[in-house]
Design a protein around this ligand. Structure first.
Ligand code: AMP
Length: 398
C-alpha cells in the first residue's frame, strides 16, 4: 500500500473511486454538495503532484442501464468550478471513448467517467469489468468511504490489478483515522451514545462496543425495548418484543465487563405520532396505555449531558428522539450541544450514521465536533467490528 502524501504522481494516471452519489432535484441541480467538496483535496493533491485524474463513482440506483436522471454529467459544472479546471467526461465508464480520453489525458487534467452502476457488473463485483476500468490507469486510489462496505468492482475487485500501486485518498484516511481514534486509541473514559429507531439495527454495534468503551448511553426508539426488558411499562412506544432477551443479555454482559449502561429515566410522551399531539413528561418505565415515548425527558438529558461532559472520547450514532418533529427534538439538540461542549473542553468526538449527521448539520454543530463521518452504512459496519472490503482490498491486514 502506498501513501497519498508521499507518492510521486508525476506523469501517472490515477483512477480514483470517489463518492459522488449526491442528491439532485428534478432540474438535476445538486442539493447537497458535501461529498463533492470532500473529494477535492484528494483530486488536487494528485494534480499538484503532476498526475492526471480519472474519477469514477456511482449515482443513485439505476436498475436497467443508463438513465438520464442518474447521469454523472449533471455534476460536471459544479466539479469544474470547485477544481478550477474544465473536467472532461466519458459518456460510458468503459469502452472506446473512455479508453481514448484516458490515454490522451495530460498531467493536471481530470476525466470523469459516467455512472459505474449503468453496468450491473459494478455491484456484482465482476472481475472482467474491474479489469477494464483498471486498464485506464497506472494507479488505483479508493476515496469512497460511503461504499467501502461493498465488494463492488470499483471499490474492491479492481485493487487486484494494482498489486503495489494502490492507496487510500484523504477521505478514506480521515475516516479510518477518526474511527481508530475512538475504538483503538480512545482516551478514557470512552462513551458511545446510541439512538435511532430500532435495537435490531444497533445490537451488533452494542455488542462490539462493549469491549471498547466505558459507557453506553441509550436513547431513541430503541430505549423502550431496554426499558421493557427492565420491567418498565412503555405504553404504545416502539418496541421489539423478540429482542427483549437480547437487550437483557447485552445489559448483563455490560455489567460483567464494567461498562456502565445508561437507560433513560424519563421520557417525553405523546398520545399520537404527531407534532401536534397532546404531550407530557413522565417516568420512562411508567408510560400509560395509549401514549408513546418520542423523546428523552429533562432528567435524562441532564444525566446524559453529565456523562458526555465527563468523557474524553465520544462516539455518537442515532437521534435521541423523533427529532424531525420540533416537539420531540429537544433531547437530540441538547445531547448534540453537550457533545459540542465536551469537544470544546478537549474531548475527541466522532459523529457517524445518517440521522445523527443530519442532526448536527441541522443544529449547525458540525464544526463543533471533532469529526463528522460521511459514510452511514460503512460506518455502522465498521462499528459492528466487520472488515470492510474496500479497506481490506488496499490493506489486507486491516
Ligand atoms: P435509525 O435510522 O435507526 O438511526 O433511526 C432514526 C429514526 O429514529 C429517526 O427518523 C427518528 O425519528 C426515529 N426515532 C427516534 N426516537 C424515536 C422514538 N422514540 N419513537 C419512534 N421513532 C424514533
Amino acid at each position: 500500500m502506498k501513501n497519498i502524501d508521499t507518492y510521486n504522481f508525476t506523469d501517472k494516471k490515477v483512477i480514483v473511486r470517489v463518492d459522488f452519489n449526491v442528491p439532485l432535484n428534478d432540474k438535476f441541480e445538486i442539493t447537497d454538495d458535501t461529498r463533492i467538496r470532500a473529494a477535492i483535496p484528494t483530486i488536487q493533491k494528485i494534480r499538484e503532484g503532476g498526475g492526471a485524474v480519472i474519477l469514477m463513482s456511482h449515482l443513485g440506483r439505476p436498475k436497467n442501464g443508463p438513465e438520464e436522471k442518474f447521469s454523472l454529467k449533471h455534476i460536471i459544472t459544479d466539479l469544474s468550478e470547485k477544481l478550477g479546471t474544465d473536467v472532461q467526461f466519458a459518456n460510458n465508464c468503459i469502452g472506446a471513448e473512455a479508453v481514448a480520453k484516458a490515454s490522451k489525458l495530460k498531467a493536471g487534467e481530470v476525466l470523469l467517467l459516467e455512472n459505474l452502476r449503468f453496468y450491473k457488473e459494478e455491484t456484482k463485483g465482476d472481475k472482467a469489468f474491474a479489469e477494464k476500468l483498471a486498464a485506464l490507469a497506472d494507479v488505483y486510489m479508493n476515496d469512497a468511504f460511503g461504499t467501502a462496505h461493498r465488494a463492488h468492482a470499483s471499490t474492491a475487485i479492481i485493487a487486484q490489478f494494482f498489486p503495489t500501486e494502490k492507496m487510500f485518498g484523504y477521505v478514506m484516511n480521515n475516516e479510518l483515522a477518526s474511527i481508530n481514534k475512538v475504538l483503538k486509541e480512545g482516551e478514557k473514559p470512552v462513551t458511545a451514545v446510541l439512538g435511532g429507531a430500532k435495537v435490531s439495527g444497533k445490537i451488533e454495534i452494542i455488542n462490539s462496543l462493549l469491549s471498547k468503551v466505558d459507557n453506553i448511553v441509550i436513547g431513541g426508539g430503541m430505549m423502550f425495548t431496554f426499558i421493557k426488558a427492565l420491567g418498565g411499562q412503555i405504553g404504545n412506544s416502539l418496541v421489539e418484543n423478540d429482542l427483549i432477551e437480547t437487550a437483557k443479555a447485552a445489559m448483563q454482559k455490560a455489567d460483567e465487563m464494567n461498562v456502565t449502561f445508561y437507560i433513560p429515566t424519563d421520557a417525553v410522551i405523546a398520545d399520537k405520532f404527531d407534532n401536534n399531539a397532546n404531550i407530557k413528561t413522565c417516568q420512562a418505565g411508567e408510560i400509560p396505555d395509549g401514549w408513546m415515548g418520542l423523546d428523552i425527558g429533562p432528567e435524562t438529558i441532564r444525566t446524559f449531558s453529565d456523562v458526555i461532559e465527563n468523557s474524553a472520547t465520544i462516539l455518537w450514532n442515532g437521534p435521541m428522539g423523533v427529532f424531525e418533529m420540533d416537539n420531540f427534538s429537544k433531547g437530540t439538540i441538547e445531547i448534540a450541544q453537550a457533545i459540542a461542549r465536551s469537544t470544546s473542553k478537549g474531548a475527541y468526538s466522532l459523529v457517524g450514521g445518517g440521522d445523527s449527521v443530519a442532526a448536527v448539520n441541522k443544529y449547525n454543530l458540525a464544526n463543533e465536533v471533532s469529526y463528522v463521518s460521511t459514510g452511514g452504512g460503512a460506518m455502522l459496519e465498521f462499528l459492528e467490528g466487520k472488515t470492510l472490503p474496500g479497506v481490506a482490498a488496499i490493506t489486507p491486514s486491516a
